[in-house]
Design a binder for this molecule. Structure first.
Ligand code: CA
Ligand code: CA
Length: 146
């Protein structure tokens, strides 16, 4: 089993993907999760790289959000696109990040991701409300593994 599957099994992955779908019914923001084993780069820099590799800037309102994990490094980054940065307070992701990390520390990786994703949906709702009539699933909900 790879470190990425050790972090989140393929069965657990389905529940996380479902949570992304649920969160995206609160907001037009688009959430993705990327899990890899290790990076030599600073986690934020690597998260930015993955963001563009996944073409996550291709949303109308530039409101994509990446949950980036390097499993062996115990690195975790939440990276929102520029459309989000322009309208939210600077510490916008801190609470969500803390929530996720508390679970990760207990080894509850699936619960951490689901909680964080749903929380992100709630947080984004205020700035980027969901519109059932016009919403498009702009970015896949599938988890990306490196
Ligand atoms: Ca959408
Ligand atoms: Ca999506």
């Amino acid at each position: 089993m790879s470190a990425s599957e050790d972090f989140l099994s393929l069965t657990e992955e389905k529940e996380v993907v479902a949570a992304i779908g649920q969160a995206e019914r609160n907001t037009s923001g688009e959430i993705r999760v990327h899990i890899e084993e290790h990076t030599e780069k600073p986690p934020l820099e690597r998260a930015q790289e993955v963001f563009f590799q996944l073409e996550m800037e291709h949303t109308k309102q530039r409101n994509g959000v990446l949950f980036y994990i390097a499993a062996l490094d115990h690195s975790f980054v939440i990276l929102g696109d520029v459309g989000i940065d322009q309208v939210v307070p600077k510490d916008f992701w801190d609470k969500t990040k803390d929530l996720v990390l508390r679970h990760f520390k207990e080894g509850e990786n699936k619960a951490g991701l689901i909680t964080g994703i749903l929380e992100a949906g709630e947080q984004l709702k205020l700035y980027f409300p969901y519109d059932a009539a016009t919403d498009v699933d702009e970015l896949s909900n599938e988890i990306s593994r490196g």
